[in-house]
Design a protein. Structure first.
Lengths: 387, 284
């Protein structure tokens, strides 16, 4: 309660008790005092940010992908980020959907995004923001053409670029890394259209120019490609190595400050050698090689998704002990062997609700915030303790 | 109306002895006749139409979805390409016992799509070592259990003094890495107080038990049965400590099909078919 509000109430109450001859007037004073009180009190958040924290870890490249987009309750957001910090991860990737934050053209609502970013920063975490998800107003009229949230035609590249630029300006000094789109090399993520590396390169260029004008410090991360061995002409998607090659030929490298990589290991350990015919964690090296070949030796790589799954039935899963060992191996590999890799962000910390599929077995913590054994294994690694 | 009822009630307790007896006899006769009529009605009236069941009986085909990636319950034989396993044998026996002339047709579906395939009508039931999931009961109906894959206690044969969970107090117990205590809260709390030694895989824990490194092992029943197939020195002690029941999901409107599946599974439990299948896939 601000200073001055309390005496105001007392004065009003005094008038009520002493000036009983003119009750209308006393009531007016009481009303005025209440208005003053309401106007003077700034609404405090229900969950305080708390003291500034720092991450303690032997490996500053460790990261975890959070799933706070659909998390409503602030205490759950705070608990998630506290536990991520306590596990020893410095980086988080979080999704900030365009459709949520610009529900109508030019009308922005950053309340939830602010909540997530401010809590993350208070826990000492560095946020990488993934941007995408097209609002209905930026898609064709559903009466004429049915589209999904991943459909963005070139006529609306400017609108998306304005969203990214507004985000970059709003979060200047708080969020520096922005991932533009998600897995554009698979049709599902490209509005169920044939994938288009040159079109994605044009999107990057449009976004890059607007975002840099709004916030010169922002770092635009391109790619975030799905690791896939899709054969040429596959309607579902394009091999990520081929896609990146074509992106770079279309000058995408001029309009990104870093390459976002999705590095899943499936059933192979993190130290399995890279092979164009295999999806594994070290496939990241092949993507990096393409950057070198295209003349971008200093462009950093950020693994913004990746990891292993320990579902007992899924054919691409490993045992819980293998999952923990491979995940730690991945963090360590980036620390020791990959100076060009800035962050290894594994999927995923916790789901807001169970998916009731194999996806639940990517999580490090249950929906009820119970740490899985991998959480403690990673924590021990981050603290430099024996496994 | 209420006054009339009160008067009738009064007559059960007031008046002459003969009068009271007559009223009690009348009430008893009324209840017996009403109950009999209701019982007859439930037996004679049609119970509604289950279109799935009608079609299965009419066409003689019972399509069952499975993901053949989970031996010994379901897998593809590398040489013959035939679907084999506990569930596959169960599925093939289930069809003819549901109704005369019905044959099971197996439909292979990826694990993540099993429930969607059922709800989309690609099959009428799933037999794929699926555990009962309370969260899904809005979308599917589950049969009675046909296999319990829950947590079991394994000890060396001839080892004295290990009969219950409580007997593990003060002993070294092997578990798989990532083991999270199951069962009720009392069991979970107790297990957490035990001396646990973790092994990368369940087979490693069982191997350690055989070698005498630990006194007992807590593992899932499938791992235990699979290991015991090649080992004579170990035994499963008692019933599972926590249940993980495998069941057969059907669509919620397949009420008659579900009733028939339950009937056959209970018969199979009684006549030893389920035991025979288990022996065939885990012990021979």
């Amino acid at each position: 309660m601000p200073r001055g509000a309390f005496p105001g109430i007392m004065a009003a109450m005094k008038r009520v008790t002493t000036r009983t001859r003119r009750p209308w007037r006393d009531g007016r004073w009481l009303l005025l005092a209440l208005v003053a009180l309401l106007a003077g009190v700034r609404a405090e958040p229900l969950v305080a940010l708390g003291p500034q924290q720092t991450v303690r870890s032997i490996n500053a490249k460790m990261g975890i992908h959070t799933r706070l987009t659909d998390e409503v309750e602030p205490w759950k957001i705070k608990r998630t980020l506290e536990m991520a910090r306590e596990m020893g991860t410095t980086w988080i990737v979080e999704y900030f959907p365009w459709a949520y934050h610009e529900p109508a053209p030019g009308r922005f609502d950053w309340s939830h995004a602010d909540l997530v970013v401010d809590h993350a920063r208070r826990q000492g975490l560095t946020v990488i923001a993934r941007l995408g998800l097209v609002p209905e107003w930026a898609r064709p009229d559903p009466e004429e053409q049915a589209t999904t949230f991943t459909y963005l035609d070139e006529a609306h590249y400017d609108a998306f670029a304005r969203y990214v630029a507004t985000f970059a300006a709003h979060f200047q000094g708080r969020v520096q890394h922005l991932v533009i789109w998600n897995e554009p090399n698979i049709s599902l993520e490209w509005g169920y259209r044939p994938v288009d590396p040159e079109g994605y390169a044009r999107l990057l260029e449009t976004v890059y120019r607007e975002a840099k004008a709004a916030n010169p410090d922002v770092m635009i991360l391109g790619g975030a490609l799905a690791p896939t061995l899709a054969p040429a002409g596959d309607p579902e998607g394009m091999n990520d190595l081929d896609y990146l090659g074509r992106m770079l030929e279309a000058d995408a490298g001029e309009f990104m400050d870093g390459l976002a990589v999705h590095a899943y290991g499936w059933r192979l350990p993190a130290d399995a050698p890279p092979d164009p015919a295999t999806v594994n964690f070290a496939r990241t090296e092949l993507l990096h090689d393409l950057l070198l070949e295209a003349g971008y030796p200093n462009m950093p790589v950020y693994i913004t998704e990746g990891g292993w799954n320990d579902h007992p039935r899924w054919t691409k899963a490993v045992s819980p002990s293998q999952r923990a060992a491979y995940s730690i191996q991945a963090y360590e590999k980036a620390r020791v062997e990959w100076p060009w890799c800035q962050a290894v962000v594994l999927w995923a910390f916790r789901y807001p609700r169970p998916a009731n599929t194999y996806q639940d077995y990517f999580a490090f913590v249950t929906t009820e915030f119970t740490p899985k054994p991998i959480y403690y294994a990673v924590q021990r690694y981050a603290r430099g303790e024996a496994p | 109306m209420r006054g009339q009822l009160w008067r009738w009630c009064d007559r059960l307790f007031a008046g002459s002895r003969e009068s009271r007896l007559a009223w009690w006899a009348g009430l008893l006769a009324f209840l017996v006749i009403t109950g009999s009529v209701l019982w007859l009605l439930t037996r004679l009236l049609p119970e509604g139409v289950d279109p799935t069941w009608e079609r299965i009986v009419e066409e003689g085909r019972f399509p069952v979805c499975t993901d053949p990636s989970w031996p010994p319950f379901e897998a593809v034989d590398d040489e013959t390409g035939r679907l084999e396993g506990f569930d596959m044998d169960l599925a093939r026996r289930l069809g003819p016992r549901l109704a005369p002339g019905v044959q099971t047709r197996l439909v292979t579906v990826g694990f993540d799509s099993l429930y969607d395939a059922l709800l989309a009508g690609r099959c009428d039931a799933i037999l794929s070592a699926l555990p009962y999931e309370a969260m899904r009961t809005e979308d599917v109906s589950y049969s009675v259990a046909y296999f319990n894959a829950g947590l079991v206690l394994v000890s060396r044969q001839g080892m004295q003094g290990i009969q219950t969970l409580e007997d593990l107090d003060g002993r070294l117990v092997g578990v798989e890495w990532g083991f999270v205590p199951e069962g009720d809260r009392r069991q979970q709390t107790f297990i957490q107080t035990l001396s646990l030694r973790r092994y990368d895989l369940a087979a490693g824990a069982l191997s350690a038990l055989e070698a005498g490194e630990v006194d007992a092992v807590l593992v899932d029943r499938i791992s235990a049965l699979s290991y015991l197939r090649g080992s004579t020195g170990l035994q499963i002690v008692g019933e599972p400590l926590a249940d993980l029941n495998y069941v057969i999901p059907v669509r919620p409107d397949s009420f008659r099909l579900l009733k028939e599946i339950d009937r056959v599974l209970l018969e199979m439990r009684e006549d030893g078919t389920l035991e025979e299948l288990q022996a065939g896939w885990f012990q021979d």
